[in-house]
Design a protein around this ligand. Structure first.
Ligand SMILES: C[S@@+](CC[C@H](N)C(=O)[O-])C[C@H]1O[C@@H](n2cnc3c(N)ncnc32)[C@H](O)[C@@H]1O
Length: 447
């Protein structure tokens, strides 16, 4: 099959980058790209957004007057390619960017785009130095984000920002009810793929693979789930719950942690989510993995978890997972648009929702029961501070050992011996952690 023309990929990539700059997510924009172009376009867009502080600053330096958004986005994509300088000869990038303009309904700007890109090639070193003179241009995250990380993680903030700009590995979770990890690894090797174990059930693939090509995907042998997220179920189950214990997964869609819990233990499990469309994905997840379906020992409900009177039957839960909605600042390696979509006020707004959920769900926990609070955020305002404030107002809440803030790239923000021992016990030592997303975990026990 003939490779798609770079011109067509640049056109589509510019549309996606313009959508993100206008406040829409890539989850909305990428599905509008024709199938044959999508993998190449996604790679271009991800790379552009990972350099998006530098490329935005370069466009401002090169263009005397701001061009229309799609043309600014085209310049960003072409500049990202030129800065990387690996895939195409510079003259090809310039030529194909100019040729992309008619499809972006801006044929009259040929001369302008050509002049901007050629000037960049002539003055690259000086322009890059100026573009990288601000925190946003240097670190490719909004300035408020850089400053917040500096305050939250004074020694590790630069490591986090650097890790955020690297592509994340594809990580699988083997479904123990179907196959052992050793057997699954052997299946991968038979196909010519290699992978490294991570955690109790995970495998980090050396190269990403479309899921349908994975051995046993349709038969539910594996799921895709980052190594940090794979800690939730083992942390909650901890020393073990009795068979049939009642567990609530309060923010469950699309069901990654619900499924892992059911792969590890026989539970009476309630999975809730406030988003009706995403709730359907919990059922699909359980079905593909061959786990108990809704209506058996599992209940899948579309509900606001904090509106307890609307859905609770009054019987206490032995354990609760609260994987709360958050900024997703820990998973920007996989979602490079997130950093450009969030606003500074989002952290406080989400922290209020997180505290509301914690307060509402705590009374549902049986005495001696455990609640695992998790977010995929690196900001302390959505992790440590939420939990500290809650424990201060709730005398019955006792903190048990938990990893706290895990940072992308594998550092533990507050590496206590107990946290390190716990991570080691789940095969998440230094080496294994390197490929992980950012996450926060706190484990609370009710007196
Ligand atoms: C981080 S995601 C959960 C991921 C999921 N636990 C997994 O492992 O697949 C957070 C979820 O919280 C849901 N959510 C947000 N507010 C909620 C609420 N008040 N009650 C229940 N679910 C809520 C969102 O719809 C979203 O699906």
């Amino acid at each position: 099959m003939q490779a798609p023309a770079l011109r067509d990929q640049l056109t589509q990539a510019a549309r996606c980058v313009a959508a993100v700059r206008a406040g829409r997510s890539l989850a909305e924009a990428l599905p509008t790209v024709p199938d044959a172009l999508r993998p190449g376009v996604q790679a271009l867009v991800f790379d552009t957004l990972r350099q998006g502080g530098t490329t935005q600053a370069l466009v401002r330096l090169l263009a005397e007057h701001a061009p229309p958004p799609r043309v600014a986005a085209l310049l960003e994509v072409a500049l990202a390619l030129l800065v990387r300088g690996e895939a195409y000869a510079p003259y090809t990038v310039v030529d194909q960017a100019v040729q992309a303009l008619p499809a972006l309904r801006a044929p009259a700007l040929r001369g302008f785009v050509n002049a901007c890109l050629r000037r960049f090639l002539r003055e690259q070193a000086a322009l890059l130095e100026r573009a990288r003179a601000t925190p946003q241009g240097r670190w490719n995250h909004p300035t408020w984000w850089v400053q917040r990380l500096q305050a939250d993680h004074p020694l590790l903030w630069a490591d986090v920002l650097q890790a955020d700009n690297e592509p994340a590995p594809m990580v699988l979770r083997v479904n123990r009810r179907r196959i052992t990890r050793t057997q699954y690894l052997a299946q991968l090797v038979l196909q010519g793929w290699s992978a490294q174990p991570i955690g109790d059930d995970g495998l980090v693939l050396e190269d990403a693979v479309p899921v349908q090509q994975l051995p046993g995907w349709a038969a539910g042998w594996v799921s895709v789930q980052d190594g940090a997220a794979q800690l939730a179920a083992p942390l909650l189950l901890g020393a073990g719950l009795r068979p049939g214990a009642r567990v609530l997964d309060a923010c469950a869609a699309p069901g990654g942690k619900t499924a892992h819990l059911l792969e590890l233990a026989d539970l009476e499990l309630w999975a809730l989510d406030a988003d009706g469309q995403r709730v359907r994905r919990i059922d699909e997840t359980l079905q593909r993995l061959g786990l108990p379906a809704a209506g058996s020992t599992v209940r899948v409900l579309h509900a606001d978890a904090a509106d307890v009177r609307a859905w609770w039957d009054g019987r206490a839960f032995d354990a609760i997972v609260l994987d709360a909605p958050c900024t997703a600042s820990g998973i920007v390696r996989r979602h490079p648009d997130v950093r450009w979509l969030r606003r500074p006020g989002d952290v406080a707004r989400l922290a209020q929702q997180q505290a509301r959920l914690l307060r509402a769900l705590w009374p549902l926990l049986a005495p001696g029961g455990r609640l695992l609070y998790a977010t995929c955020s690196v900001f302390r305002g959505e992790g440590q501070q939420v939990v500290e404030a809650f424990v201060a107002e709730q005398p019955q809440a006792r903190r048990l050992p938990a990893p706290g803030h895990l940072l992308p790239g594998g550092r533990v923000a507050d590496a206590t011996p107990a946290a390190e021992a716990l991570l080691a016990a789940h095969a998440m030592g230094d080496n294994a952690r390197r490929g992980m997303d950012g996450f926060f975990y706190a484990l609370l026990q009710r007196a």
